[in-house]
Design a binder for this molecule. Structure first.
Ligand code: ARG
Length: 380
């Protein structure tokens, strides 16, 4: 048999992430040196990074580069109304952590430090990055703290309707549902060492999860509904990309706005769907939408949420002051010579939109290629 004219090259199976894009690394380092005053020169650092990419296909951010990158990723988050404080994000550098059990334990430590008994601090923990042939760990939960949704025999969902599927997945992986299933059962962390390995489950100690029982400033029956919500929203499935390097597990938290809980989580039809319950207790006429019973019930829900967080001494913003702050942020950005892209439909609060100044204007269009950035979650 004649030898093939083109030798057949048996390329090694491509495993895991590709080498770092040098242009992305360079652009990031230029931005870092333009906006801050690092001790070393840009040229020196570029040579170093280039040599490291030659040798390993990747490079290691200095702690200052990492902090700057994470903060600017927040600054670039076009859906976030809370960006005024982007520069005070606390960084937890956990790049040496890869094993799921260690990731889980460090997430709990993140929550402890970020919660601070209620005086919430905006914090990010950055776990091992993707490197060529060596992908980093993955957190499959969309937030560190979420409540299970249990499908019951009668066909309804008990708990958070949005997490029914995730709850089923956890059960399939061996999670033992609380018995009896509750409305506010905190889901376990679901973590893989890398994208191609099976996830493992880790229960968080209940003592580390601060929750606020809900009551209303002047409706005593509200507490009888036995509603609650957790204090810290910590998004855990958005990869962080800085200078060509992806950190697939980089959970970050801020603090809640009352409307997120009182006008969405407890209200959306596919979440807790509680407006009919509240309206009934309020004695509202629900026979027609034109009585505006939903609007009235929702307002009392938001009042209860804000009141309860305040009573419990847990940081919470309201949509009026947060809207003002966001406009201050835009002004500051413009004074610094930067534009501040934003998505109107995410910035405007889900109640009383027109009462807030963010409603009455448009924003610069976000550019999806802007970096550093928090990226859309990977399918998991
Ligand atoms: N809306 C999400 C929730 O209700 C949280 C998103 C982040 N919010 C924040 N205030 N940092 O859980």
């Amino acid at each position: 048999m004649p030898a093939p004219r083109c030798p057949v090259v048996h390329a090694p199976a491509v495993i895991g992430p590709l080498p770092v894009d040098r242009t992305a690394a360079q652009e990031f380092l230029e931005q870092f040196h333009f906006e801050t005053t690092p001790a070393e020169t840009l040229d020196g650092r570029l040579r170093q990074v280039s040599a490291e990419i030659d040798a390993t296909g990747s490079y290691t951010h200095t702690p200052d580069e990492l902090a700057f990158g994470a903060r600017v990723a927040w600054r670039n988050a076009a859906r976030c109304i809370g960006r005024l404080y982007w520069n005070s994000l606390r960084i937890r550098d956990s790049r040496s952590i890869v094993a799921p059990a260690d990731v889980a334990a460090d997430c709990v430590e993140h929550l402890r430090e970020a919660t601070r008994g209620g005086r919430i601090r905006s914090t990010i923990t950055i776990f091992a990055p993707d490197r060529p042939g060596r992908p980093g760990p993955r957190i499959h939960n969309d937030q560190l703290i979420r409540y299970a949704g249990h499908r019951t025999a009668s066909g309804e969902v008990r708990g958070d309707g949005r997490y029914e599927e995730f709850t089923e997945r956890a059960v399939a992986l061996g999670w033992r549902r609380p018995e009896p299933p509750g409305r506010f059962d905190v889901l376990p962390l679901m973590i893989s060492a890398r994208p191609d390995t099976a996830p493992e489950l880790f229960e968080m100690p209940a003592t580390e999860i601060l929750e606020v029982p809900l009551s209303h400033p002047d409706l005593p029956w509200f507490a009888e509904l036995r509603l609650r919500w957790h204090a810290v929203p910590a998004i855990s499935n958005m990869p962080l990309e800085i200078g060509g390097i992806t950190y697939p597990a980089a959970p970050f938290n801020g603090w809640y706005l009352g409307t997120e809980i009182g006008a969405r989580n407890l209200v959306d039809a596919d979440r807790y769907d509680l407006l009919p319950v509240v309206a009934e207790r309020l004695g509202l006429d629900t026979s027609s939408e034109r009585t505006l019973w939903r609007d009235r019930a929702m307002l009392e829900m938001v009042r209860a949420v804000q009141h309860s967080f305040d009573e419990a001494g847990v940081t919470m913003a309201d949509h009026h002051s947060e809207s003002e702050r966001f406009l201050t942020h835009i002004q500051r950005e413009e004074r610094a010579g930067r534009s501040c892209p934003a998505e109107w439909s995410w910035i405007v609060p889900p109640v009383s939109g027109g009462l807030t100044p963010v409603y009455h204007r448009y924003y610069d269009e976000p550019d999806p290629t802007t970096r550093p950035a928090f990226l859309a979650p990977e399918p998991s």
